[in-house]
Ligand binder design. Sequence first.
Ligand SMILES: N[C@@H](CCO)C(=O)O
Length: 337
Amino acid sequence: MLQEIKIENFKNSAGTVQDIYLSYQFFGKKPTEAPIILVNHALTGNSLVTGSKGWWKDLIGKNRCIDIERFCVLAFNIPGNGFKGHEDQFFENYKEFRLRDIAEIQAQALEKLDITKLFAIIGGSIGGALAWELAVLKPELAEHVIPIASDYKSTDWLVANCRIQDHILNNSSDPVHDARMHAMTFYRTPQSLAQKFEGKRNKENQAYEVENWLLHHGEKLKNRFTLPSYKLMNHLLTTIDISDGSGNYLEAASRIKGDIHIVTVNSDLFFLAEENWNSYVELSLLKGNISIHEIRSIHGHDAFLIETDQLNRFLKPIFQTKTPKNENDTSRTVWAG
Ligand SMILES: N[C@@H](CCO)C(=O)O
C-alpha cells in the first residue's frame, strides 16, 4: 500500500522552504518485527520493488535474496518521480534541489517513522548514489551500504550525457521519447546491441531492428513517465556529491560507519567501473570494512536490472547473515582490511 509522509517546511539547498510529500511502501515484515532494508529506485523506477510488477522482483520477495519473510523492506519514491500523488510538488523550482536534499528528506521521513537503524541501504544507479548520500548524512544509520552501478559523485562524463539529455528534453517535439532513445545507447553497450540484433533488418519496414528497438523504448517510456519527472531526475543525476561541495569524497565516504559493498558493472558506460574501482582502492586505505563486487556482463549499465543471478550471488552473504561465506565462491569480490 502506498503511504505518504508530509515533511513540513523543508529547506532545500537553495534556501527555499516548502512542504514536501514523500510517498513510500513497506513490504514483508513490519518495521518493528524485523531488520529494515531501504531500497532506492533508479531514474524511472519507483517504490514498487517487489511483487509481480516489482522492478527488482528477482532480488526482493519471498525466498529471494532479500527475503521479505525475514526482512522489512522500505522503498521511498523520490518526490516528483511521478509515482502517484503530488507529482508536481516542486517542478517549478526543481533545479534548486540536489540529491543531498533528497537524502535529507529521506532522513527526516525515517525519523517520522521512528526508524533509527537500518540493516541496509541498497539502490541502483541514482538510487545507489542516494544510498551514498544518506549514508554520509547519517553515518551510523545503516549496517550495510550497497550502491550498485552508481557513484558518489557526478563525473564529467555523467554530466556531459545528462546535458545532452537535458537539451533533448527541452528542445525535442517528442522529448521523453527522444531522450529515452538516446539514453538507451548508454544504458546498454555496442556489444549488447550487436549480440541482440546481429545487423538484422525488419522484414516489414526494412529499418534496422536496432532502430525499431530504440523507437519501441522511446514509446514505452512516453506512456509511463512524464516530462517534468524526467527533467527532475536527469537534473538530480548531475548533483551527486557526497562531499557537499568540498571535493573531498574520500573523507566524506570514510565517515560511514557501516560496511560498504560497492557493486559495479564492468561494461557500464554511464557510471564507469574504473571510477568505482578507484574509489574502492583509495577508500580501502582509509576504511577497512569496504568491498567491491564486479558484475561481468556485456549489457552495460542496465546489467543491474538484468544480471540478477550475479547480484544474488554477491548479496547473499550480506542478507543471509547466518550462513557462513562459501570459501569456494570464485566470483570477483575484493574485501579491504
Ligand atoms: N533503466 C534504468 C536506467 C537508469 O538507471 C531506468 O530507466 O531507470
